[in-house]
Design a protein around this ligand. Structure first.
Ligand code: IMP
Ligand code: MG
Length: 181
């Protein structure tokens, strides 16, 4: 019998669903697609902290084109559920007027967070806005018009942790992604 790898975070058991080599290879594939689509366009990546720090770092290292990266910080989750409200903890400090923007998210669930970011940056007149997300929960999507273009992995509705994603602040440093068991 093959036993899945597990971790315990704050007395809660999670089992591995994606290991580091799967994630790393998938990000390589995404980077090739992005490089092809944005060659000579000098895109601005907007990485949404905290959750997307490892994803952003790994992906941008693989994108061998002229590009910039900047950061915003948003929060909507407390422990294992969304509060339904998105708080901006720090905002955009880069001029994106006329620029091609790629939003880097750890996970798109309802789409609320990404929708709030788009509402904030659209009036700044970027030339285009697309979303690249490491994880996507298609069954949970509420904001169906979001320009989600690059998806690492579609996953089921379960809560996940690792590779930047946290459970109550913990687990962001795990190199695999784990699902609530
Ligand atoms: P949304 O606003 O419902 O799309 O949720 C997006 C945000 O909630 C993400 O950027 C994460 O920070 C957080 N989130 C959603 N699902 C999970 C999860 O399964 N684990 C950890 N964080 C999550
Ligand atoms: Mg996030």
């Amino acid at each position: 019998m093959h036993l899945k790898k597990t971790v315990v975070i704050k007395d809660t058991l999670f089992e591995e669903i994606l290991n580091y080599s799967q994630i790393d290879y998938r990000l390589y594939e995404l980077s090739l697609q992005i490089c092809e689509d944005y060659k000579d366009l000098n895109p601005v990546f907007i990485s949404v902290l905290n959750g997307s720090f490892l994803f952003s770092s790994n992906l941008i290292q693989k994108c061998k084109i002229d590009c910039e990266i900047t950061f915003v910080k948003m929060k909507s989750y407390v422990k294992m559920s969304s509060t339904g409200k998105v708080v901006e903890l720090f905002g955009l400090d880069t001029d994106i007027n006329g620029r091609h923007v790629i939003i880097l998210e750890d996970i798109v669930e309802s789409g609320l967070t990404t929708n709030e970011i788009i509402k904030k940056i659209e009036p700044l007149n970027p030339k285009s806005i697309f979303i690249s997300t490491l994880l996507f929960k298609p069954n949970k999507l509420v904001y169906t018009n979001l320009p989600v273009k690059y998806v690492g992995f579609n996953i089921l509705d379960e809560f996940v942790v690792g590779y930047g994603l946290d459970y109550d602040g913990m687990g962001r440093n795990l190199l695999s992604i784990y699902q609530l068991k």
